[in-house]
Design a protein around this ligand. Structure first.
Ligand code: NDP
Length: 270
């Protein structure tokens, strides 16, 4: 039987993960399938049980199920533990293993693909959901000069910052209003507002000269990207992160790391 994988989310129709994993499988000659699975908002655990019963080997988890995925796993990698959120699951005879590859994916895209150092920079992370949890510790590990997490619900931003493993003097939580009079060298949108074309109440002044504005959303120009572009930032979408985090997930499942550059170029060209 061919090894079966899937991405589970709600919504999930926009996901490019199947095309990316199919390209990785062709490149590395792995015999596997990968599809999209839409889980009801109140039916994530049932959907997972169904996939296990059907013999699936693993899944990627996307919005809004990464915390539920963490709770469902029997074992967690260090990356998953520090994020408290899971985006990659492996089903084994011993139990359900959870990993989080979002952080590695973002850091690789910014530092290698975009050739932008994070060390010493003033970094703003917008959002405090599963994606933000996944990238917070890896961002701190790059030693930014300052890392501010801003979220609509302040409590969630405070939770993210309070879990810091590193010297946390440079990490702070705030609301969007609290960003007045602050400037950043790298601004990362990890909210889900790109999915609904909703503008964020972020002051135009957050984009310092030469700022990199990174939206984790991909495949469309979001209101955040428009705002950043209008205020002189270099604007990048989350396609590179998507492919890099997928490569980490693929390596976790299959034990072989695919080349990402040709796959980023292929998806970008579509
Ligand atoms: P979650 O549902 O876990 O979190 C959503 C976040 O968005 C929360 O911080 C929430 O704030 C905020 N938010 C939602 N609506 C609004 C709004 N109207 N105004 C202000 N803030 C809002 O989602 P994820 O963290 O899993 O995913 C976030 C985004 O990142 C998605 O678009 C996803 O597709 C993308 N992503 C991309 C990846 C890539 O590889 N490129 C990888 C991972 C994610 P509050 O806490 O106040 O509700």
């Amino acid at each position: 039987m061919v090894d079966q994988y899937a991405v589970i989310g709600n919504p999930v129709a926009h996901s490019k993960s199947p095309m990316i994993h199919e390209a990785f499988a062709r490149q590395t000659r792995q015999d596997m399938t990968y599809e999209r699975v839409l889980a009801p908002l109140d039916g994530f655990a049932d959907t997972i049980r169904d996939l296990i019963a059907k013999g699936y080997k693993g899944v990627n988890v996307t919005v809004p199920f990464k915390f539920e995925a963490f709770a469902l796993c029997d074992f967690h990698t260090e990356q998953a533990k520090s994020a408290g959120a899971v985006n990659t699951i492996s089903f084994t005879a011993n139990g359900i293993y959870g990993n989080n590859t979002d952080g590695d994916g973002l850091i690789r895209d910014i530092t290698r693909n975009l050739d932008t150092a994070i060390s010493g920079k003033r970094v703003l992370l917008l959002g405090a959901g599963g994606a933000a949890e996944g990238v917070f510790q890896p961002l701190l590990a790059e030693c930014p000069g300052l890392l501010v997490v801003a979220n609509r619900t302040l409590q969630k931003a405070e939770n993210v910052v309070s879990k810091s493993h590193h010297e946390s003097r440079q990490a702070k939580a705030t609301t969007f209003e609290g960003l007045k009079n602050q400037q950043f060298d790298i601004v990362i949108n990890a909210t889900s507002t790109g999915l609904t074309d909703t503008a964020l109440p972020v002051p135009d002044t957050v984009f310092a000269e030469g700022c990199l504005a990174y939206d984790m959303m991909y495949g469309r120009e979001t209101p955040f990207m428009k705002q950043a572009r209008n205020h002189g930032a270099q604007v990048v979408d989350g396609l590179g992160m998507l492919v890099e985090q997928a490569a980490e997930a693929f390596a976790y499942w299959r034990g072989i790391r695919p080349e990402t550059q040709p796959v980023i170029a292929m998806v970008r060209a579509l």
